[in-house]
Design a protein around this ligand. Structure first.
Ligand code: CP
Length: 314
């Protein structure tokens, strides 16, 4: 059995509080490997991780590849444009054919919500990890966000987290709301009304129309990109300039946050739209820490999701 309660990682909802604690504690102990001159340890030697990225990615794809390599697993990466998907192969056929080559883990990013869940229904031996499915969820991003905040503040419970941006189309927002509320933080979300799903309050977040209300007294302020690629060509805001003026994270708005608050962004950033460049690069930014921590958290996930009896010591 793997050491977390779920065979696959498809949604934050699949993980119990103690699973998340275990992932964060494991990432904390694995992170020092990334600072060693030789950044490689043997526990996943002989294991194979297949990365299927059917949507663009810089951070998630690279960090899954690096995480697997740091733990001595073999990794193979396939992008949609270079796969038989372009010849009309279905996701289920792709899953069955990939599994026939006996990988231990399949990491899937896909533009369709639910694609990893569909794949997980058809693979029998490999674990499936959701690396972002449409506008649904991005659970490993939420776990690295939790890790980054816990690393900074030493705790998650009782913190005020403000998430500002395109909440409806952001899989990061959905996973972060589920993850931070599960760990005892209070999550406030704000953004253009046309970019809010009605169910967001049922996920545990408080919706406030003005970003200032979300940011006031916040420990963590996260800005999210407008996800134009998921808006079906519709115009949901009068202009980007007006959106930036009303909802953009600026130094002036950030002064409303608690002293010592941190600025986060999952990337990629549209500088000057959802976030002012001086905040992205400023002293309160932990954006590059998020990227570094992504490798440690994905190392933890890979090492915990694979059966323990095959692991060797670090
Ligand atoms: N945060 C994130 O998912 O970035 P990429 O799209 O570059 O993977």
């Amino acid at each position: 059995m793997n050491r977390i309660s779920s065979r696959h990682i498809l949604s934050i909802s699949d993980l119990m509080h103690q699973d998340i604690e275990l992932i964060l504690d494991t990432a904390d102990s694995l992170k020092e490997i990334l600072a060693r001159p030789i950044k490689k340890v043997p526990p996943l030697r002989g294991r194979t991780v297949v990365n299927l990225f059917f949507e663009p990615s810089t951070r998630t794809r690279l960090s899954f590849e690096l995480a697997a390599k740091r733990l001595s697993a073999d990794t193979v990466s396939v992008a949609a444009a270079a796969s038989s998907v372009v010849k009309g192969e279905t996701l289920i056929d792709t899953a069955r054919n990939v599994e026939a080559m006996r990988p231990d883990v399949i990491v899937l990013r896909h533009s369709c919500s639910g694609a990893p869940h569909l794949m997980a229904n058809y693979v029998k031996t490999a674990a499936v990890i959701n690396a972002g499915d449409g506008m649904n969820e991005h659970p490993t991003q939420a776990l690295l966000d939790l890790f980054t905040v816990k690393e900074h503040f030493g705790r998650l419970s009782g913190l005020k987290v403000a998430i500002i941006g395109d909440i409806a189309h952001s899989r990061v927002a959905h996973s972060d709301i589920l993850a931070f509320t599960k760990m005892g933080a209070d999550v406030f979300v704000s953004g253009a009304a046309t970019m809010f799903p009605v169910m967001i309050e049922t996920m545990g977040a408080r919706v406030v129309p003005r970003p200032e209300e979300a940011i006031e007294g916040a420990d963590v302020v996260m800005a999210l990109r407008i996800q134009k690629e998921r808006q079906g060509g519709r115009s949901l805001i009068p202009s980007v300039r007006e959106y930036a003026a009303v909802f953009g994270l600026t130094s002036e708005r950030m002064r409303l946050a608690k002293p010592g608050a941190v600025v986060m962004h999952p990337g990629p950033i549209n500088r000057g739209v959802e976030m002012a460049p001086e905040l992205a690069d400023g002293p309160y930014s932990v954006i590059l820490d998020q990227v570094t921590n992504g490798v440690a958290v994905r190392m933890a996930i890979l090492s915990l999701i694979l059966p323990e009896d095959h692991l060797t010591s670090l």
